[in-house]
Ligand binder design. Sequence first.
Ligand SMILES: Nc1ncnc2c1ncn2[C@@H]1O[C@H](COP(=O)(O)OP(=O)(O)OP(=O)(O)O)[C@@H](O)[C@H]1O
Ligand SMILES: [Mg+2]
Length: 118
Amino acid sequence: MIHARDLARTFKTKAGSVEAVRGLSLDVAEGELVAFLGPNGAGKSTALRMLTTLLPPSSGSASVGGHDVVSDPAAVRRQIGYVGQGTQLGPLSPGARRAGKPGQGAAHEHDGGSEARR
Ligand SMILES: Nc1ncnc2c1ncn2[C@@H]1O[C@H](COP(=O)(O)OP(=O)(O)OP(=O)(O)O)[C@@H](O)[C@H]1O
Ligand SMILES: [Mg+2]
């Protein structure tokens, strides 16, 4: 269902490069519930952004529902719903409505936390 192999993402900043995710490999089976835990800055959001096609990986590969997140992001989005952390979505916003219907192609994010710099 979800497969990642050596997924990595580096950000270039004025202060140098930041390895946000380094070599993430995981397999999640259909019907499996997974908690993805780690301390602040561990790279959780960056990993999720890659798995939900919101951010291209620097290297490695991942597929969701049998579709590659890089070569076929539209097919991935058709199968998922995703709301990023700290979302400010109101109940009536179009993003909230779409996100509430899994399988209708939503990948929405408005992060007030560490991603707000983006
Ligand atoms: N757009 C960006 N530009 C530069 N550095 C970034 C960017 N996004 C994330 N980072 C850095 O990458 C690392 C991982 O950040 P990330 O937001 O993925 O961690 P997190 O596990 O989600 O943290 P938190 O628990 O605080 O939400 C941190 O050092 C962060 O500062
Ligand atoms: Mg986060």
